[in-house]
Design a protein around this ligand. Structure first.
Ligand code: NZQ
Ligand code: ZN
Length: 380
């Protein structure tokens, strides 16, 4: 194993009714609250009313920024940061899925400065301070509630970048599985895909860490057992609970300790599909992962075989890839670009050029131009 530091400062509240303590937590940081949310799902499912009741009880003054998009854009981050700066927000409350919480992380470090949040992301600039962030998660998928990462896109430069700093961890996160019951079927499936992909990105990273591998198998098995049941019974609280807890653990470092790095090549290619065609994040991963595994079978056959043996009881790499692909298909997550209406005959060159300009590839298994061509063919 590699030496590592175990550090995660997020205070995570999990379970039914946890948001009843939200007002108290927010008021620890002040009364002036910048409330950030998305396109309105929280108004339709009652979460907004519950959050506002908590803020009212805490005597907060609330300034709202809504309209954060799935595959969030830097323009919204900068506009929300300008509002937070103007109103002298003491604390940010992000209520939504990964797009909202990720945006809020960059907003939190952009409020104290005079420039665009993109400068942090593009130039890997370190922030000096951050407005405290509290998150209420409404969609199980990204793990953003318990990590420091934020992913935001810039449509002008056709880039979707990840960023993280010790200052971008939420102070506290509230996870009530009941809040995820209204997530539509497609995003429920993409969340299951995303959490599995996070485990795989850790597993295919560099370095040997057997206990971390076993956490990977356990989390994926949890998702593969309860995910399909949830797809058939989306209002089942107990199943929402299992998937939400699995998603948090898939990307809160648990699966990474002892490794030199994670892989993240599949995410890097998936981000190109999202920035070009607005493919939902999880859907991009179920398209890229099987192709990436097929491309890498000659290079890392043992690693893929070991995964197959532990997850599906199969011995050949091809069988493991087939089983993973069948799982994605069974829950309704696409496995080919054609499934999302993207024709590689028409868009292949654009995808290739953007993979090149974004230097898409992993930390461990780098991708070259021939690999990009191979992936596009396999994803078609
Ligand atoms: O905008 P609203 O109206 O809230 O609707 C959202 C959105 O349309 C809806 N939704 C969320 N909670 C709901 C709900 N609808 C009904 N009921 C609820 N309870 O779902 C749609 C998708 O929301 P979004 O936040 O985009 O989904 P997700 O949580 O999957 O986040 C995806 C983003 O996170 C990034 C992705 O790249 C993508 O931009 N990621 C962040 C990571 C991180 N910070 O660690 C890691 C991931 O790998 C990922 O890259
Ligand atoms: Zn992801």
């Amino acid at each position: 194993m590699e030496p590592f530091v175990m550090y995660n400062p997020v205070k995570l509240h999990f379970g039914r009714g946890v948001a009843d303590k939200l007002g108290k937590s927010v008021s620890k940081y002040g009364k002036r609250v910048l409330l950030v949310y998305g396109g309105g799902s929280i108004k339709r499912n009652g979460v907004y009313d519950q959050v506002m009741a908590q803020l009212k009880e805490a005597g907060a003054e609330v300034f709202e920024y809504s309209g954060i998009k799935p595959n969030p854009v830097i323009e919204d981050v900068d506009a929300a940061a300008a509002l937070g700066r103007e109103k002298k927000a003491d604390v940010i409350l992000a209520v939504g899925g990964g797009s909202v919480i990720d945006s809020a992380k960059i907003i939190s470090i952009t409020i104290p400065v005079g420039h665009s949040g993109w400068e942090f992301m593009k130039n890997r600039q370190k922030p000096k301070s951050a407005v405290p962030l509290i998150a209420v998660l409404t969609l199980a998928a990204t793990g953003t509630e318990m990590n420091r990462f934020a992913v935001v896109q810039n449509n002008a430069t056709k880039e979707k970048l990840g960023y993280g700093d010790p200052l971008t961890y939420p102070k506290e996160s509230f996870l009530d599985p009941a809040y995820t019951i209204s997530v539509p079927k497609d995003y429920t499936a993409y969340g299951i895909t995303d959490l599995i992909a996070h485990c795989l990105e850790a597993y295919f990273g560099e370095g040997e860490a057997t206990l971390s591998d076993r956490f990977v198998y356990a989390i994926i098995k949890e998702a593969m057992e309860h995910g399909p049941a949830l797809m058939n019974d989306p209002e089942n609280y107990a199943l929402r609970e299992k998937i939400m807890y699995a998603a948090t653990n898939a990307l809160n470092n648990l699966t990474s300790y002892g490794r030199k790095s994670g892989e993240w090549g599949v995410h890097s290619v998936g981000h190109v599909l999202s920035v070009l065609y607005d493919v939902p994040h999880g859907a991009s991963l179920s398209i890229v992962y099987p192709a990436w595994l097929k491309l890498h079978t000659p290079k890392i056959p043992r690693r893929i075989e070991t995964l197959g043996l532990n997850l599906f009881g199969v011995s050949a790499a091809g069988q493991a890839i087939h089983a993973l692909e069948s799982f994605f298909t069974s829950i309704g997550s696409p496995v080919r670009l054609a499934d999302t209406g993207i024709d590689t005959a028409k868009h292949g060159e654009e995808i290739f050029a953007t993979l090149v300009s974004n230097k898409a590839g992993g930390n461990y298994h780098k991708l070259n131009e021939a690999d990009y061509r191979g992936l596009i063919r396999l994803m078609g």
